[in-house]
Each structure stands twice: as C-alpha cells, then as structure tokens.
Design a protein around this ligand. Structure first.
Ligand SMILES: C[S@@+](CC[C@H](N)C(=O)[O-])C[C@H]1O[C@@H](n2cnc3c(N)ncnc32)[C@H](O)[C@@H]1O
Length: 579
C-alpha cells in the first residue's frame, strides 16, 4: 500500500491494522512503535496518525513522483548500500552511533543496522517528507520481523541538512563510536542557480566553518562537498569513521584541501563505483572512507570498489599534490620549470570559413563550398584528434593564417592577395558574429594564439583534450610549417635534430611517468600549460644519454646532442638574467 507517498510493506500494514485503535491517539501509537523499533516520534502529530488510519480504510495506492532535480536525488540501491556497509564495518566495527545527514529512503541506515548489534543511537535527516516516511516504515518493518534484535534510539528527522544543528548533535554524541554514512545530494550550486532553487546553505552559516570560504569561493561548488565538510568539521574528534558516496572530484578536493583543513582523518580510501550501473548516471563517483579522530593524513588510496584492486595512492607528497605517489617518487627529479614556453595553437572561432579540406585539388570550406585562395596564407592545420601518431607531416584540414602576431593589421590582404581578400570579405558576417570579446576592436579577420613561435618549422605537440601523454613530432609539409589548433599545446624548433631530441625527452619513460603521476585521470583538460611547464628539460636531458638516443633518432651525431645541452643551458642563463 502507498501512504505518505511511500510504499508500506505487508508486515508493517499488518502491524498497524492489528493496532488500528491506537492510531486514534498518536501518543499511544508512538509508544508502541518505539517499543518495537526504537523509533522516536514516529508520528509528529495526530493528523499524521489519522491520515494513515484513513488510508488503511481506503487502501489508496496512486502516487506521482515530483521532479527532484534540485535535491540531487539519487537513492542508493539496497544492494550497494549493503555492500558499502559491509566493507565499512569490516574496516572498523563496534559503532554505537550512526548518522545519515541526508538519509533519503533510508537504505544506508538499514544496511548499517543489519551489520551491527552494538548500536545505541541512529539519526537520519531528510528534506523530503515521503522519504522520511519511507525510512521510518523501513526500519519499523525490519524490527517487526527481527523482534529479538537490540533496538537503538532512532530519530528520523524531517529537516534541512543546511539548517540542522550538527554541532549540537556532535556534542551530545561525543562519547559514542560514530559512523557518518550516506550519499549527499549530487548537485552543484550553479545547477541549483539555473533552476532558481533555494536548496542551498545560507551564506551566513558557512562563514562559521573553516574551509567553506575556499569551496564557496570556487564559484561552482558541489553540495555533496559542502555536506562532507560539515560532517568532517563536526565529527573529526569522534572515534569512528566517515563513509560517503560522492563524486570523484569531491574526494580530490577534500584531499587537496586537507593540507589547509588538517581534519583529524587518516587511512582514507577512494573506492570507485560504476555510477552508470548503480545510479544510471554518467558521473565518476566513489565511496570515500576515512577514519576519524586520528593523526591527520594527506593521501588517499584508490581501489576498484567491486574487486578491491589497488589503483594508486594520490594526495600530498613531497609538498606536491600528485595522482600517483609511487610514480612521482620515481620521477620527481623532472618536476621543475620548462625552459621552453609551451603554447596553445591558433584560435579563430570561425571554423566554417577558416577551416577547409582539399578535395580533388580544390579547397572545400565548412559550408561545403568550393573556394579559391592564393597559397600564401594557407597552412595545414592539426587538431587534437590528429595527434595520435608519434610523428606526422600530413594533415586533413587547412586554415588561413591572416596575421603573424596578435593585432597585426590585415589591410595588406586586400592589396597583396585579392582571392583571399574576396573570400574573407564576402564572409565577413561570420567573423562579425564571433562572440568572444577578444575580437572586439581588432583588425578584420583577426586570429589568436599566433606569434613568431607559430612559424617554427618543427613542433613537438600534444592534445589538450585527451588523456594520452604521448607527444607527436610535427614536421613541415613541402617546407611549410603545419599549424595546430587551440586544443593542442606545442613547443617549436627550427632545427629537426633539436626537435627530435626534445620529442625523445618528453616521450621518455621518466617524463611520461612524471606526467602520469601528476595528471588526475578523470579531471577535465588535465593536460594544460601549467602541467607542461613543469617539465624540467635539463633534468630530463641529464637522465638520458647520447648512446640510447642514437638508437631512436636516425643520423644523430654527438654534436647535435651537445648542441641541445648547450641550448638548454643558454636558455636557463637567459631566464636567470630576465629576473
Ligand atoms: C543522493 S540522494 C541519497 C539519499 C540517501 N542518502 C541514499 O543514499 O539513498 C540525496 C538525498 O538528499 C536529500 N536532500 C537534498 N537536499 C537536502 C537538504 N537540504 N537537507 C536534507 N536532505 C536533502 C534528497 O531528498 C535525497 O534524498
């Protein structure tokens, strides 16, 4: 039967039907429920008891589910809740107090009850009344069918996690071995903003807590992260554990901010779950388990939740925040400052006009139209998806490079290159439509990400869109350099041998290990300028030797190797004199 928009099991129904008369007096029925299940104030008013009484009479079962997007509502299924509870109790047991700060339909509470007979107190908070009922009925049902089991004091509270006084609760439970368990809302403040939701912490409340200014200052913060921080702040001094299902990005932030927060947590574990299978959503999420009231620790071990395969240890190591402590340990020697400036490629925001392909000797633009251009400004163009190979000197796309540096006047095109001018000016409206303010008050047909460096003959390039850390050596085609688009990063060389050595160094085991040790596999655009600028070429060069390089680079002479060594030394001393 459905009542209070929740399903009531047959055994619970039977219980109420047997005690139908007591529903006329909610104190009486509450006492009875407390006796059989430990739940305090099952009904908070006579009206609620009467509502159930009426429902029992009419046996109504029609219910409609409202849109619960603003509540980040992804209920944990029974099986996963039980597996999580089992694992948590395996790591530590003897819990006396269970807190589920956003308990939903109560699967974590029930799964925890099933794991332990030592519980003294349980508190669940939930904003959505039908779920409060679902939790209460679920617990009642469990104790009705497991009569002999010890019954803790249980409060399932209809309330807002942002307003609930967890400090007070922490004080009154400080001597109880505590498990904070759950799965907080999967929603960010900006998603809530976009649907005009008020399900956010009040600004005045967060300021009281350390660490919150940092997350709320991030602009887009995750509600799950916010609730995790409240829990850690309030319960770090309790003996016990904290176990939350949260997004991977939240765990990364918690460990990264641990340096500043210094919560009394340690032996942290991140156990990756399959969110598609468990919640039917494509979000990288995990169980984050950490032990409370311990010497603060700044790393976290990562496993697969299902087979417990060890994946990595990430966190703070040698004063750096790294994805793999083991790999960083072996490669930190090349963590420094790149003597070459990594650049991103050309940006034009006008691909329909500025990008084209060659078909049967003709250029066909993004509108599918054949175009006529002088060759002078036409260059081959590589995108991230073109950087799959170790070396290349071919391209699918071409582009028009209208400037040699940012802001250069483009009037010369009209005078020198009539076909190119005719093409660009007849499509000027496409350029005028470009939204980015960078194009405002700039010469017609302006591009960005352009400078002397763009015209270097050889380039060592990497995609900024993909996870691969492999670098591609790009050589000119028909002696004309090939350009890269703004999703790629590169360093340029005019000499092939210098480019080949740089290419060899960045693809060496040592540099690859280093990059993999600092790149978080599921964060977006993790290969970026900041990451690349950390490659210390001098150290990478010293860790390689000419004999080995000779096997990989054809016609490499010792002079080339020494020239590269000199070049990076000179660049270092140039840098020194700059500052
Ligand atoms: C991701 S669901 C998980 C529910 C439950 N912890 C579980 O694991 O099945 C998040 C829950 O938080 C509740 N919630 C959202 N905002 C809340 C708030 N401000 N206070 C209390 N609960 C809230 C939602 O209604 C929903 O039940």
């Amino acid at each position: 039967m459905i009542c209070f928009e929740t399903h009531i099991t047959d055994s619970t129904l039977e219980f109420f039907q047997k005690n139908l008369k007591t529903l006329f007096d909610f104190y009486q029925i509450n006492n009875l429920v407390k006796k059989v299940s430990g739940i305090n104030t099952f009904f908070t008013s006579q009206e609620e008891a009467t509502e159930l009484l009426e429902k029992l009479k009419e046996n109504n079962s029609i219910v409609s589910e409202p849109n619960r997007r603003e509540y980040g509502d992804f209920q944990t299924n029974e099986n996963l809740s039980e597996q999580v509870a089992k694992y948590v109790f395996l790591k530590q047991n003897g819990f006396e107090f269970i807190l589920e700060p956003t308990c939903g339909k109560g699967n974590f509470i029930l799964a925890s009850i099933k794991q332990s007979n030592s519980l003294k107190k349980i508190v669940g908070v939930e904003i959505y009344q039908p779920y409060v009922w679902a939790t209460k009925f679920k617990i009642l049902d469990y104790y009705l069918t497991n009569k002999e089991i010890n019954k803790p004091e249980i409060d399932i509270i209809h309330g807002n996690a942002f307003e609930f006084d967890y400090n007070q609760l922490a004080k009154s439970t400080s001597d109880l071995k505590t498990l904070v368990i759950g799965n907080p809302p999967w929603v960010t403040n900006s998603e809530l903003g976009s649907i005009d939701s008020k399900n956010l912490p009040q600004k005045s409340n967060f300021k009281k807590h350390s660490g919150f200014e940092a997350i709320t200052g991030k602009g887009n913060f995750d509600i799950g992260e916010y609730i995790s921080l409240i829990m850690l702040k309030c319960f770090e001094n309790h003996n016990g554990a904290f176990a939350f299902l949260i997004k991977n990005s939240v765990v990364k932030n918690l460990i990264q901010d641990q340096k500043r927060n210094c919560f009394k947590i340690s032996q942290s574990e991140k156990l990756n779950i399959d969110s598609k299978k468990e919640f039917n959503v494509s979000v990288n999420a995990c169980l984050f388990l950490t032990q409370l009231n311990t010497e603060p620790d700044f790393t976290c071990k990562e496993f697969d939740f299902y087979n417990k395969e060890y994946l990595t240890t990430f966190g703070w190591y040698k004063d750096k925040f790294v994805y793999s402590v083991e790999d960083y340990d072996k490669s930190s020697i090349v963590d420094g400052k790149s003597i070459f400036t990594w650049r991103s490629g050309v940006k034009h925001d006008c691909s329909k006009i500025m990008e084209f392909e060659r078909e049967n000797g003709h250029y066909i633009n993004g509108l599918g139209k054949e175009i006529n251009l002088e060759d002078k400004l036409v260059y081959g163009l590589l995108k991230s998806s073109d950087l799959k190979y170790d070396k290349t000197n071919t391209f699918r796309k071409l582009t028009i490079i209208t400037q040699k540096k940012i802001g250069q006047p483009t009037k010369y095109i009209k005078e020198d290159l009539p076909l190119t001018y005719e093409y660009l000016s007849s499509h000027k409206e496409f350029f005028d439509k470009r939204k980015s303010s960078i194009y405002k008050d700039k010469p017609d047909f302006s591009i960005f990400g352009i400078g002397n460096y763009s015209f270097a003959k050889y380039k060592v390039a990497i995609s900024g869109l993909y996870k691969s850390t492999h670098f591609t050596l790009v050589s000119p085609k028909d002696s004309k350099t090939i350009m890269l688009d703004d999703t790629c990063y590169f360093i340029g060389f005019d000499d092939l041998k210098m480019a080949q050595i740089a290419h060899l160094l960045v693809n060496s085991d040592l540099v690859q290990k280093f990059l993999k040790s600092i790149i978080f596999s599921d964060s977006k655009r993790s290969i970026n300028k900041d990451t690349l600028m950390r490659i210390d070429f001098e150290k990478a060069f010293q860790s390689n030797d000419f004999e080995k390089a000779k096997d990989k680079i054809s016609d490499l002479e010792i002079e080339h190797w020494e020239e590269f060594g000199e070049m990076i030394k000179e660049s270092i001393s140039e840098q020194m004199t700059l500052f």
